[in-house]
Structure formats: structure tokens, C-alpha cells
Design a protein around this ligand. Structure first.
Ligand SMILES: *Cc1c(COP(=O)(O)O)cnc(C)c1O
Length: 222
């Protein structure tokens, strides 16, 4: 057994999650910290692995395929989540590499993932991404269409982990997190993937089960 090497930024984020959970009378163990390593090279990721962290997120299939197989070989209990938009033709590649998908946002992707699951025999939990701010340019399923997409995913035998959102930039995120939590409860879902470097504590207080933190762990992206 090697002793974990300290990682100050990781300790700080974990402390902040514990504090936010305590205020909300939640268990910190019910919140998973996903370290979002997109754009960062393997050398930047290794210190987190050496500190004992094992849950990471990437936003592009190709980049993850280039970076992660060697790291996973070195740290086999690592889990990798896809948090970025997924093209239907990459569904099979995504199933092969990732342990969860946070960006299921349309019927064509439900079909592609369902087909890839049938073909490969591998099933990974998926979060339905909701366009919670109803923003023109943003990925995610429209709020009104979310119950239908959940039903389609269930029909396709996709395991639904919960709901995911990225709220509008530069506005108070709490109302959006609260709305996502309500939508999840209304649809019988318990997982909530919400909260990033700037707002993960608020997300934890409003029920996040998965926070996705990049720059606060790795520094700014180039
Ligand atoms: C990049 C990214 C994050 C992490 O953002 P930070 O602000 O760097 O913490 C979280 N979620 C998604 C979907 C992302 O693309």
C-alpha cells in the first residue's frame, strides 16, 4: 500500500463539500466529487490519483480515449464519467470507456445508446441533461420534454441515474438547482448532477449528489 500524497486543492474542495453538506443536514458521503480533467494532460491528473481520488470527468470521447487508458491501467479502480455532449455515432465508444454519461439530452441519443447497449452487453447509468435555463444555444432537453425523454430512456432499458444541468452563466444558480431537484423528485429520480467550481457548495445545499469541479482542482484551462 502506498500512502496517499496530500493534494491541498483536493482537501480544500472536500472540506467545502463536507461543510455545505453539514449545513444542509446531509451526509457528505452522499455527494460524489467528479474531478473534471478536460484539457489537462495526464501529468496534471496523476497528483490527484496519487492523493487517492478516483472519480474523474471528461467532456470529449476522443480526448478521454487518448488520455485515460494508461491512467486507468495504473489506477484500475478509477471511474470515468462523460459530462460533455455526445454524438450518436460515438455512443458505443462512450459505453466502452465511461462508467456514467451525464449528457443524455435527446431521443436520437436514447436510440443510439440503447442500440449500443444491446450490441455490447454493457449498460452504464445515464443522467438526463436538462436545459434548465431554457437557453437558446445550450445543450440539454427542454424542461417540458424531459418527462417524455425519461420515459423513452426507460423503454430503451437505459439506467437513469438522475438529472444533470448547467445553469445560465453569471446569474444566481440556486433557483435553477432547486428547479432541477424538484423535477427529479417529480419523476422519481434521486441523482442530481449539478454544481461546478463556482457554485458547488450551493448545489450541495440544494441536493446535488454529483458535483463536477474542474478549475478549482486543476487551475484555469488554457
Ligand atoms: C468543464 C465542465 C465542468 C467543470 O467546470 P469548472 O468551472 O472548471 O469547475 C463541469 N461540468 C461540465 C459539463 C463541464 O463541461
Amino acid at each position: 500500500m502506498t500512502v496517499p500524497a496530500p493534494h491541498p486543492a483536493l482537501s480544500e474542495i472536500n472540506d467545502a463539500i463536507r461543510h455545505a453538506a453539514k449545513i444542509a443536514r446531509r451526509k457528505a458521503n452522499d455527494v460524489s466529487l467528479i474531478a473534471i480533467s478536460k484539457t489537462h494532460p495526464a501529468d496534471a491528473i496523476r497528483p490527484l490519483l496519487e492523493a487517492g481520488h478516483r472519480l474523474f470527468g471528461e467532456n470529449r470521447v476522443q480526448e478521454a480515449q487518448d488520455k485515460w487508458p494508461a491512467l486507468i491501467e495504473a489506477f484500475p479502480d478509477t471511474k470515468l464519467h462523460l459530462v460533455g455532449q455526445l454524438q450518436s455515432n460515438k455512443a458505443e465508444d462512450a459505453l466502452a470507456l465511461f462508467d456514467a454519461i451525464h449528457s443524455l439530452d435527446r431521443q436520437s441519443l436514447v436510440k443510439a445508446i440503447g442500440k449500443a447497449q444491446d450490441k455490447t452487453g454493457k449498460r452504464v447509468p445515464c443522467f438526463i441533461q436538462v436545459n434548465i435555463g431554457e437557453e437558446e444555444q445550450k445543450g440539454g432537453c427542454a424542461i417540458a420534454e424531459t418527462p417524455a425523454l425519461i420515459a423513452q430512456a426507460r423503454d430503451a432499458d437505459i439506467e437513469i441515474a438522475g438529472l444533470m444541468c448547467v445553469p445560465p452563466l453569471n446569474v444566481e444558480p440556486a433557483p435553477y438547482f432547486a428547479l432541477l431537484a424538484k423535477m427529479a423528485a417529480d419523476n422519481g429520480l434521486t441523482g442530481l448532477s449539478m454544481g461546478m467550481s463556482g457554485d458547488f457548495e450551493t448545489a450541495v445545499q440544494l441536493g446535488a449528489t454529483h458535483v463536477r469541479v474542474g478549475s478549482a482542482l486543476f487551475g484555469a484551462r488554457g
